[in-house]
Design a binder for this molecule. Sequence first.
Ligand code: GRF
Length: 205
Amino acid sequence: MPPLRIGVLGSGSGSNMQSVLDAIGAGTLNAELRLVLSDVPDAGILDRARRNGVPCAWLDCSPFKTKLDGEAEQRCIATLRKYEVDTVVLAGFMRIVKPALLDAFPQRVLNIHPALLPAFPGLHAWKQALDYGVKITGCTVHFVDAGTDTGPIIVQRSVPVLDGDTPESLHARIQVQEHQAYPEALRLLSEGRLSLEGRRVVTRP
Ligand code: GRF
């Protein structure tokens, strides 16, 4: 199989993007990180991309505040195509992506969510889990569909919620698992081992 040609969209520190880069560097993921785009001009993810020599840019998403739509969405698709991206990795991208992007990369847009979906979709999932009082939470890598955090699940990893956890301590524990889960899901995709049966993702050995 040819390497995945990955484009990352992110808004935050970029630790998940880093885990993908590290897996590529370690030879455990057959992929190239072609491009990083962020809707936040001073996001850490752009600094990390620059430090690692990965092409990157700020994606001005105005006038929208919570979604990637309209002219910005078209610019995003055009830029991803220019860099010959075939797999779009949402890594802490704090905007809803719309059908035009999904249609441009069918079954090739992935997201990571910091909870065991379908529990606690949406924002601050680790805080939702803590406030609810669950004893186990985790992270989910899934294909993106038109809903919010509703797409077919590829990989999940669990973490315990401990007495005395704060939102920060719990999120940090979840992120350790995220940094395993995203490279693992991308590895399965790169090896052509994922197929969709209904909304179930079946992994071939
Ligand atoms: C992760 O916890 C991810 O699950 C959530 O946003 C966070 C991004 O972290 N969607 P980072 O920018 O990859 O460090």
